[in-house]
Structure formats: structure tokens, C-alpha cells
Design a protein around this ligand. Structure first.
Ligand SMILES: [Zn+2]
Ligand SMILES: [Zn+2]
Length: 887
């Protein structure tokens, strides 16, 4: 039997049990067709490095669910994985190269990708290690990486299927271009920031006559790509101008003035420049009017040859030159300050350029229709519910998804071009020749797919799709998709679309969205603010269980969490409290080993001690509540209730009362202590897996034979509540006893009575006199009250000596003043209690006279309020009596 150290040292305990669980294969579920599995696919963290608190929260919540279902006997799969994170990873490795004075173009594609793989291998190990430290009970034998062979085959298969159905196409569209990353971005990869810029009013001279048209723009350099000036069709100011032409200054290009209903007559002068190569609205107008499209930028953000004399200049330098040149020619009418929103690359922060580009797109509308239906008809539930509307709104306004990226790190687009016949071959496997003319000189598309394309397939690709594997048949659709609300669109929505498309079935039944972790003051954590808390550091200082407790307890789905030292300390204090309580129980069991059948006997017969029946009743009530809360995804509340039970009912009251019996060689509380400790550890295990396993194993060692049903707590049965063990009488009595002890303790503290001093007390009660009297030893010891008498109210003398009288729910407690307190202070206390009671009575009176309350509230509620009022009035008259007697 191993000794129980005095203090809890998480660092000694945690790695030991993780190894133990791994060695026994507890994380790998057995496929059992007779049982319904519980399945979570882990949102794959980006391979770009260290896990942050958001990952820790994800891991804690998913582990809570998985461990809970596993303990309920369901085959539980939590499948871990890592995302190659295309653009994010490429940017990180490029920065490392830059530090060495290199860039990817100098290195070449093949060498560059090798470098990324090297880095990725290191990073993956660190991510796995961190998950292990967090106690994540995921099945490492099924771990997946988005670039693994299986998920890659899934990506190519999904692409080709969509292409064959006409849902993937290649076309010229306006996309967001990052000149730093030199790739197209999807709308979701662009962050819009409000900036204060300028609105420039430029004059374009009319062709062949005096006069000019003035247009306003925030990006004057784009005039180099103008192919028309447009006015609103209904705008009377420009009636005579439509059909005429203007000459672009410096360039000398002549462009028409056209009318279109999309022009906003209230912007600038009402006449706008049309730059179809660099603006989405202009692009649409150009399609209607068959205007030419001119692109003026190189991929790196410098001006190309269309810019004439400005060729080679950086886009922002060019802007200044253009302004100067217009000014010199007297064609700059004015400059106004202008607030507007400008898109920036979410990865590198560079200002993006909208520009026309030939890219691959997914036609999303048909996919969105099915995904909308799945949520509307309740096949998929989103928690918290308020995100359902957010999801549906987004689906309604969804635009085609640009999926090609001009990057080197990622899944290559499975399309090959034939220079001979100019046709494309779209194929899952690498073709040896053109499918149209059979020429063998075909070239693969150099681009890769948006990272989120492979992420969208994650629930089915990780389980083996497109192969019909055992895993896919058994574990799909999965149970819960747990993730942050910030990637509802990036990811969750797309998984629903692609799951339905590829599998014909939803990918998961429930979407659980957690909130963000903020700092103690509620501010977002960021490196810039220096308020980032690293999970590894928190674990070093407080232990994993304390961290998990701190980020999950008392929280609810979708709401942000403020985390600071206070919460972490509370977690650590709770672990220590648990340790000390368990240590007491375990040492007592060591000193007085239980009989083989002690726990069985306990379950079979009703204890004659009220606190035994009470704690068993409380535990069963708790179990029933916890089950309901966990089923409703209220993990934070369940955890809080278990904490309160353990700390309050069990440690503060039951153990303290048991100590009195044990000190008198009455060992009857031992089976109850063992039984309650076992139950509490089981309830807590999903939340705080390490300390509970450590203590449970120690308990198992100290109990006879097969008292506990499993080799490890991780696979022990989660408790099921028994309503028959709920004992209202025992709860009522114990409530009264606890109230007496607590009130006497309060008086002692209020009047600064020395801790070691005994004070006299008399308890008067009618209904519970016998029951309270049976516990008088506990009251004596825990309230430090001696001599103590428990009497019936009838026995109370009509005139007490000067005393403090506590008027409680089931009893009156009289504490004679003799030398204990001063009378003036006592009068003041009674006055205070009377006036607050009067306020309560007034409030209740008002409520019971309120016609609308009376008509709306259920009869039971009204009766309860009346009952309460009666109790208050009764208490008031007793208090007034006490006050009178003091004077
Ligand atoms: Zn960028
Ligand atoms: Zn060909």
C-alpha cells in the first residue's frame, strides 16, 4: 500500500496516470454493433505551434464529454488530428527563411516544401505532447493529419465529384489578393478595418470639347485601369453627358460615359470611375456593358506595364505620383477626409487588393440549401441556440467560395492542363496523359486548395472516406462538434455542407460552441497587450486539474470566460481540499480496515445515524442533477454543483461529524466515508481526471477485495442516482442542525469570542426536538457550545436571563450573555434583523396583493409565497419579543 503524501503534487501524479491509461489502451474504443457510440472529432489545431488557452478549453470540454460517455459504458471515440494550415504555416516558414536571408523563390518549390515538412514534424510532436499534458483521452491510434494519404485522397475525391456535378468551376472573378502572401484569399480570410483616408476628386477632360467630368475615389492610382465613367440612369444632372467620352489624363486613353442603375448618385459627384479589374461592383457593371478589363498591378503590388509611365512603382508610391500629376495639370479638384473600411490579410496584415483573377470556385448555393435544411428541421442542434439564427442568416447570403491559393504548402489542385489541345484533365489519381487528346505533356495546376477545403471534409475523411471502412460505418455521423463560435462559418457550416454532399448524411448531431477566454478584466488576450496566459505555464504552477477546473467550472456554452490567477488558485485550492479530505478517509481506513461486506451492508440497510442518511440522500440528489445538466451540455454548472457538494456537505459537515464518532472508537461512518468518496471521485473524474484517479486507486487499495468494480477510474461506472435514497426527513433534520451550528459560529465571530472558549447554549424546538437532541454532541463540538440543552419550546421560561436569541427556521437558540457580549450591540443586531425582515414582509405583501401576479402565477407558487409570508411574520413576532426582553 503506497503512502499518501501530505500535500498534493500534480507534477508527480499526472504523467504517471496518463502513461497508465495509454498502456492499457483505455482511449481506444471497441466497436460494438449492439451499442451506440459517442464520437467527437477533435477540431485539428493548426500545426503552426504552441497550443493556447482556446485549445486548452477545447481539450477540457471534449475530454469531459468523452470521459463521461466512456464511464457510462458507451464506446467512446475522440479522434485527434492536426491541420496543415496552408497559408498560416507557409507564412511562418517564410519568416524563418527571411531570417536566414532566404526566400521561397530562391529555394524553389520542392526544397521549400521539404523545409516546411521538417518544421511541421517538430511542431506536431509538441502539439501532441501538450494535449497529453492536458489529460486529453483521445485515441492516438487514430490520429490524422490533413496531409495524410487518407485525408488527401478524400480531398481529391471531393474535388472531382463536385467538378463532375458542375459545383466547382474555374473562372475570372474579383477576389481578394494579398501582395505579401501573393495569393488569393477567401472573403473570410480578409479582416476589415475602419481607417481614415482621403477621398480624391479627379477631373477627366471631355473628348473633343471644353469641360470635364469629376469622379471621386479613395484609390486614385486605379484610374490607370479605368475603362468607363458611369452615372446613375435616373440622374438628371448628367443627362447630356451619357454617350460622350472622356480622356484619361497622362495615359490619353479615351473611355465612354455610360449609365447604370447600380451607381449610387449620392457618392462623390454622382459620376464614378469604373475599374473592372479591381472592384467587385465595377466588375459586374463591366459585364453588363461589355467593357474591357484592365489589370494594373503585378502580384507583388507594384504597377505593371498597363500603368505606362508609372510602371514598376509600388502601389502607394504610385498613388502619390498620380496625385501630384493631376495637381500639376489642374485636374485635382479637392481632397476630403473619408472614413471607410479597408480589407487586410488576416495572416500577415497587409492591405489586400480586390482584383480580377482566374481562380477555382465552389458554387455554394446548392450545398447551402441542404445545410440550411439540416439545421432548420432539427437534425442538427446548435448550442447555444442563439447561434442558429446567425448560421441561417449567413447561409442565406452566402457567396461562391474561392478555393485556389497561389501557395506551395497544401493539397495540389487535381487538375492537369494540356498545352497541345488546351483542355483540362480533372482526376483523382495522377493521369499519365491528356484525357482529350492523349498527349502526355500535361502540366498540373500549380495552385493548392484553401486549407478549409480539407477541414470541411474532416468528420468523414478522418474516418476513412471515400473508403467504406468499419470506422466510417460505425462512427459516422458523429455525436458532437465542439469548437469556438468564431469559426462557425469558416468551418462548421462548411463541414455540414460537405458532409451532406459526400455522405448524404449530417456529419454531427450537435454543434457545441464555446466562448473565448479573456483575461481577468474581460479583455481579449493578445501578445501586444502582454496579457496572454500560456497553458503550459499554468500547468507548471497550478497543475492540469486546477487549470481545467478554472476554465470550465461555472461556465456556460457560448459565453466568454474571464481567466486570471483567482480562478486558477480556486482550482488549486479545490484540488488540495479534495486531497486532504481523501487523505483523512484513507488513513482512517488504513487504521481500521473494513469488513468484506461493509459497503454491501451499507447499501442494504438504512443507517440509524441521520447524517449518514443525509449525505447519501444529498449524493443521490446531486447525481440526478448532474446527469440532467450533463445531458443538457451544462458542464460548468454540473461541475460547480459537484464542487459545492464535496466542499460543503462532505468536507465541512459530514467529515467533521464523522471525526467525532471516530474519536470515540465508533467506526460506523467508515463505510459511508468510503462510499461517498468513491461516488464523488467518479462524478469528478471527467473534470479533474488526474487527482481523482490517484485518490481512487489509493481508495481501491484500502478497500477489501472487489469492492470497486474496475481496474481504473477512467473505465469505472459513472454513478446513477437512486431516488429511493433521497430522504427528506434526514435532510430536514440536518438542515436544522447545520443552521444551529452555523448561527452560533456567526455569533461567536461577530462578538469576537475567543476560539477556545465554550459558551452556554439552549436550543428550543417543537417538531425536531428529539432529532436535534440526538445530534447534541455534534452541535456541542462544532459550535463549541457547552453546556448545551435541547428542549421543547414549552419548556422555555417566560423570562430568560439576558441572552442573545437566534430565531431559526426550526428552532430558537438562546445564548446567555453572561460576560459574552454587550447588550447594546445585541440590541442593534436585533434591530437590524427586524428591519430587514420588515422589508421582506412588505415586498411579499405587495406581491400577494398584485392582481397580475395572482392571475398569472401557478397556484403552487402563490401558496408557497403565502407560506413564506406566514413564516416571516412568525419570526418577526419572535424577534420583537426578544428585543423587548433585552430592555
Ligand atoms: Zn498576406
Ligand atoms: Zn490534350
Amino acid at each position: 500500500m503506497s503512502e499518501i503524501p501530505k500535500a498534493y503534487e500534480p507534477g508527480d501524479v499526472e504523467p504517471k496516470w496518463y502513461r497508465f491509461w495509454m498502456e492499457h489502451g483505455y482511449f481506444t474504443p471497441k466497436i460494438d454493433p449492439k451499442k451506440k457510440p459517442f464520437v467527437i472529432i477533435m477540431p485539428p489545431p493548426n500545426v503552426t505551434g504552441e497550443l493556447h488557452l482556446g485549445h486548452a478549453l477545447t481539450a477540457a470540454l471534449e475530454d469531459i464529454m468523452t470521459r463521461w460517455h466512456r464511464m457510462k459504458g458507451e464506446p467512446s471515440l475522440w479522434l485527434p488530428g492536426v491541420d496543415h494550415a496552408g497559408i498560416a504555416t507557409q507564412v511562418v516558414v517564410e519568416q524563418k527563411l527571411a531570417a536566414e536571408g532566404l526566400d521561397r523563390h530562391k529555394l524553389g518549390r520542392e526544397k521549400f516544401v521539404e523545409r516546411v515538412w521538417e518544421w511541421v514534424k517538430k511542431s506536431r510532436t509538441s502539439i501532441t505532447d501538450q494535449h497529453k499534458r492536458l489529460g486529453a483521452s483521445c485515441d492516438w491510434t487514430r490520429e490524422r493529419f490533413t496531409l495524410d494519404e487518407g485525408p488527401s485522397l478524400a480531398v481529391r475525391t471531393a474535388f472531382v465529384r463536385l467538378y463532375d456535378k458542375g459545383l466547382i468551376y474555374r473562372g475570372e472573378r474579383i477576389i481578394n489578393w494579398c501582395p505579401r502572401c501573393q495569393t488569393a484569399l477567401s472573403d473570410l480570410e480578409v479582416q476589415h478595418k475602419d481607417v481614415t483616408g482621403n477621398l480624391y476628386y479627379l477631373r477627366y477632360p471631355l473628348e473633343g470639347e471644353e469641360g470635364f467630368v469629376t469622379v471621386a475615389t479613395t484609390r486614385p492610382e486605379t484610374y490607370l485601369g479605368d475603362t468607363a465613367v458611369a452615372v446613375n440612369s435616373d440622374d438628371k444632372r448628367f443627362k447630356g453627358l451619357v454617350g460622350k467620352k472622356v480622356v484619361l489624363p497622362v495615359l490619353g486613353r479615351v473611355i465612354p460615359i455610360i449609365a447604370d442603375s447600380a451607381v449610387d448618385p449620392s457618392f462623390g459627384t454622382g459620376a464614378v470611375k469604373i475599374t473592372p479589374g479591381h472592384d467587385p461592383v465595377d466588375f459586374e457593371i463591366s459585364e453588363r456593358h461589355h467593357l474591357p478589363i484592365i489589370k494594373i498591378l503585378n502580384p507583388d503590388g507594384t504597377m505593371n506595364k498597363e500603368a505606362g509611365p508609372y510602371e514598376g512603382l509600388d502601389r502607394f508610391v504610385c498613388r502619390q505620383r498620380v496625385i501630384e500629376d493631376f495637381k500639376k495639370a489642374g485636374l485635382l479638384e479637392k481632397i476630403e477626409t473619408h472614413h471607410h473600411s479597408v480589407g487586410h490579410c488576416v495572416r500577415c496584415g497587409t492591405m489586400v487588393e480586390p482584383e480580377v483573377s482566374k481562380q477555382w470556385f465552389v458554387k455554394v448555393a446548392p450545398l447551402a440549401e441542404a445545410a440550411t435544411k439540416a439545421v432548420k428541421d432539427g437534425r442538427i442542434t446548435i448550442i447555444p441556440e442563439r447561434f442558429t439564427r446567425v448560421y441561417l442568416n449567413w447561409m442565406e447570403n452566402i457567396r461562391d467560395w474561392c478555393i485556389s491559393r497561389q501557395l506551395w504548402w497544401g493539397h495540389r489542385i487535381p487538375v492537369w492542363y494540356c498545352p497541345k489541345c488546351n483542355e483540362m484533365t480533372v482526376s483523382i489519381e495522377k493521369p499519365s496523359k491528356c484525357s482529350h487528346c492523349s498527349d502526355s505533356k500535361i502540366v498540373q495546376d500549380p495552385d493548392v486548395l484553401d486549407t478549409w477545403f480539407s477541414s470541411a471534409l474532416w468528420p468523414h475523411s478522418t474516418l476513412g472516406w471515400p473508403e467504406q471502412t468499419e470506422d466510417l460505418k460505425y462512427f459516422y455521423p458523429t455525436s458532437v462538434m465542439e469548437t469556438g463560435y468564431d469559426i462557425l462559418f469558416f468551418w462548421v457550416a462548411r463541414m455540414i455542407m460537405m458532409g451532406l454532399e459526400d455522405m448524404g448524411e449530417i456529419p454531427f448531431h450537435t454543434v457545441y460552441l464555446h466562448g473565448l477566454i479573456r483575461d481577468e478584466k474581460g479583455e481579449k488576450m493578445s501578445k501586444m497587450k502582454g496579457n496572454v496566459l500560456n497553458p503550459n505555464d499554468a500547468i507548471d504552477e497550478y497543475g492540469t486539474d486546477a487549470l481545467r477546473f478554472a476554465i470550465t467550472t461555472g461556465t456556460s456554452p457560448g459565453n466568454d470566460i474571464n481567466l486570471g490567477p483567482h480562478r486558477l488558485e480556486a482550482g488549486r485550492n479545490f484540488a488540495n481540499k479534495m486531497w486532504n479530505a481523501a487523505r483523512f478517509v484513507l488513513q482512517s481506513l488504513e487504521a481500521h480496515p473494513l469488513d468484506d461486506d461493509a459497503v454491501a451492508k451499507l447499501k442494504a440497510s438504512r443507517s440509524k445515524e441521520v447524517e449518514d442518511r443525509w449525505i447519501i440522500s444529498r449524493l443521490n440528489k446531486l447525481i440526478i442533477n448532474v446527469d440532467e445538466l450533463m445531458s443538457g451540455f451544462q458542464f460548468g454548472e454540473a461541475e460547480k454543483q459537484i464542487h459545492d457538494f464535496f466542499w460543503g456537505d462532505f468536507c465541512d459537515w459530514y467529515i467533521e461529524m464523522a471525526k467525532i464518532r471516530l474519536s470515540k472508537s465508533d467506526f460506523s461512518p467508515l463505510p459511508v466515508l468510503a462510499f461517498i468518496l468513491d461516488g464523488a471521485l467518479r462524478l469528478l473524474h471527467p473534470f479533474m481526471p488526474f487527482i481523482t484517479e490517484e485518490l481512487w486507486q489509493s481508495l481501491k487499495q484500502r478497500l477489501p477485495g472487489n469492492s470497486l468494480d474496475a481496474d481504473s477510474l477512467i473505465i469505472a461506472k459513472y454513478p446513477a442516482g437512486n431516488k429511493k435514497l433521497i430522504d427528506a426527513d434526514a435532510e430536514n433534520t440536518m438542515e436544522a442542525v447545520i443552521e444551529i451550528i452555523r448561527s452560533v459560529r456567526n455569533v461567536r465571530a461577530e462578538h469576537k469570542v475567543a476560539a477556545g472558549k465554550w459558551i452556554e447554549a439552549r436550543v428550543y424546538s417543537d417538531e425536531l426536538q428529539k432529532e436535534i437532541a440526538a445530534k447534541s454532541e455534534a452541535v456541542e463540538t462544532l459550535a463549541k457550545a457547552r453546556p448545551l440543552a435541547v428542549l421543547s419550546r414549552k419548556e422555555r421560561p417566560s423570562k430568560d436571563e439576558k441572552a442573545i436569541v437566534l430565531v431559526l427556521k426550526e428552532s430558537d437558540v438562546v445564548l446567555p450573555l453572561k460576560g459574552m457580549v454587550d447588550v447594546a450591540a445585541e440590541k442593534k443586531r436585533l434591530d437590524g434583523e427586524i428591519s430587514s425582515l420588515n422589508r421582506e414582509i412588505e415586498r411579499l405583501d405587495g406581491r400577494l396583493e398584485d392582481k397580475s401576479f395572482l392571475s398569472k402565477a401557478p397556484a403552487a407558487v402563490v401558496d408557497k409565497e403565502r407560506e413564506k409570508l406566514k413564516g416571516y411574520k412568525d419570526k418577526l413576532s419572535r424577534l420583537q419579543q426578544e428585543l423587548k426582553e433585552l430592555s
